[in-house]
Design a protein around this ligand. Structure first.
Ligand SMILES: Cc1cc2nc3c(=O)[nH]c(=O)nc-3n(C[C@H](O)[C@H](O)[C@H](O)COP(=O)(O)OP(=O)(O)OC[C@H]3O[C@@H](n4cnc5c(N)ncnc54)[C@H](O)[C@@H]3O)c2cc1C
Length: 418
């Protein structure tokens, strides 16, 4: 979406293929497939990082490789940073060191974040793609009966979910993920991943692949205010500042917002306006994004805590041959790309309540989320007003919904998906 609105044309050459079909399979028997309604690119991440690195040096900055941040000391006027390659002084420290940021650790900045823990690999198929597998297939959600002693274990209780995306005629990115309030240690993820890759009966297409590059990481899932973390003369960006949607669109969030943020931050540096309140004010989600984040947050917490049986019922909703018909897959994509309308959200909520049961839902959601549900009711009313206004413009044949959107974005700042 960010690419579509033209704010990231420069990175288009670093995208290839993309998702054409989504698949979902649970061990209880859900077997769903649909053609993607939206466009999702695969990024050539090494080339993209090289391009961005060159941009940085072309703009006159230095990059010190193999340089490890060790500590920082902040005074009213400056920051002193010690690294494995010496000490540096600056007006501002920008922390982009990811979800396990040592700088956040130093300031004991802890949030009520959830964590996506991911471990997988780029793999090659020695004899080409297995029969039935197509470039652009995206296995969104596959679970197994034998991964947990308790068959009904939730993701937060340690259930791994298997995913893969077929990148081209020879290779795929395969991984498992966990979702919960703690990060799963790498060693545990790695052994679980390798077991599922090589031994799980239903992943036989992958048993003899060659691993070309292991990948793992943790990225946070927060709320509408999570990005506002700052200290005097310290700005946090990317995963260290929870620049993700709750469902984990981190790279997307960065691509959608980094130019705008860099522009505003440059102005703040020039004006030496670098206290924590001012820096926090640079990040304001649009009204619409706030509503979408709230919904996405509730859905993500549900994914984390729901029992395997409830998740099975949830995933069945996205079956194009199921209760919602062709609207099912579209709702899934809209919910997780933060583009769902209020009407659609409430229809889905009603169906979830019907298929999973209100009692089960209430038991699933942690108590601290009850307030989120109240907030959602309040936000929905406000977001609905924005929608009605938008629809009104269309009815009056005023062909400027884009301008209206832009105005909204300017007034309130950042967006989640562009
Ligand atoms: C397997 C996986 C799949 C993902 N898939 C998607 C996806 O499909 N779509 C999407 O939008 N997002 C996705 N994400 C999330 C996305 O990758 C992150 O949101 C994004 O990489 C965050 O970028 P960042 O620069 O903030 O942090 P990172 O990419 O984590 O970079 C942090 C950097 O800081 C360095 N560092 C850490 N500590 C120090 C130190 N003390 N000194 C010096 N350097 C240090 C690290 O080495 C690292 O290079 C995925 C993440 C993972 C792990």
């Amino acid at each position: 979406m960010t690419l579509r609105i033209g704010e990231a044309d420069d990175i288009l050459p670093f995208m290839k293929n993309g998702v054409t079909s989504f698949l979902a399979n649970t061990f209880q028997g859900v077997d769903v497939q649909w053609q993607a309604n939206y466009k999702y690119h695969f990024a050539k991440e090494h080339e993209l990082l090289t391009y961005w690195g060159k941009k940085v040096t072309d703009n006159g900055s230095d990059i010190l490789l193999n340089c490890w941040f060790q500590d920082s000391f902040i005074t009213d006027e400056r920051v002193v940073i010690s690294t494995s390659r010496g000490e540096f002084c600056a007006k501002l420290l920008i922390d982009a060191s990811g979800g396990q940021s040592p700088i956040r650790g130093k300031y004991a900045l802890r949030e009520n974040w959830y964590w996506w823990s991911v471990c997988g690999a780029i793999v090659n198929f020695p004899d080409g793609l297995p029969k039935g597998m197509q470039v652009g297939d995206y296995q969104l959600w596959q679970t197994f009966r034998d991964t947990n002693a308790d068959e009904n274990a939730s993701l937060s209780q340690g259930r791994p979910v298997w995913e893969y995306e077929v990148l081209d005629e020879n290779s795929a990115f395969v991984f498992i993920f966990f979702l919960g309030q703690f990060r799963v240690p790498f060693a545990d993820m790695e052994s679980e991943f390798l077991h599922i890759l090589r031994n799980e009966p239903s992943t036989s297409d992958f048993h003899n692949v060659t691993i070309t590059e292991m990948k793992h990481g943790w990225y946070p899932s927060g709320d509408e205010d999570s990005q506002k973390v700052t200290r005097n003369r310290v700005a946090f960006v990317g995963s260290s500042a929870c620049w993700t949607s709750p469902c984990g669109w981190g790279a997307s969030f960065i691509i959608a917002n980094y130019k705008k943020y860099a522009h505003q931050l440059s102005a703040a540096v020039k004006a030496d306006n670098l206290d924590k309140e001012y820096l926090a004010g640079l990040i304001q989600l649009t009204r619409r994004s706030q509503y979408q984040v709230l919904l996405d947050q509730i859905a993500t917490h549900f994914l984390s805590f729901a029992s395997a049986d409830d998740l099975n019922a949830f995933i069945r909703l996205f079956d194009p041959n199921g209760e919602l018909g062709a609207a099912g897959p579209l709702m899934c994509e809209k919910l997780f790309t933060l583009t769902i309308t209020e009407e659609e959200a409430f229809l889905m909520l009603k169906l979830v309540a019907k298929n999973i049961g209100v009692k089960s839902l209430i038991e699933t959601v942690p108590k601290e989320d009850y307030l989120l549900l109240v907030e959602l009711a309040v936000e929905s009313a406000e977001a609905a007003v924005i929608d009605i206004f938008h629809k009104g413009l269309e009815l009056l044949h005023i062909e400027s919904p884009d301008e209206y959107e832009r105005e909204l974005a300017l007034e309130s700042g950042f967006s989640i998906t562009g």
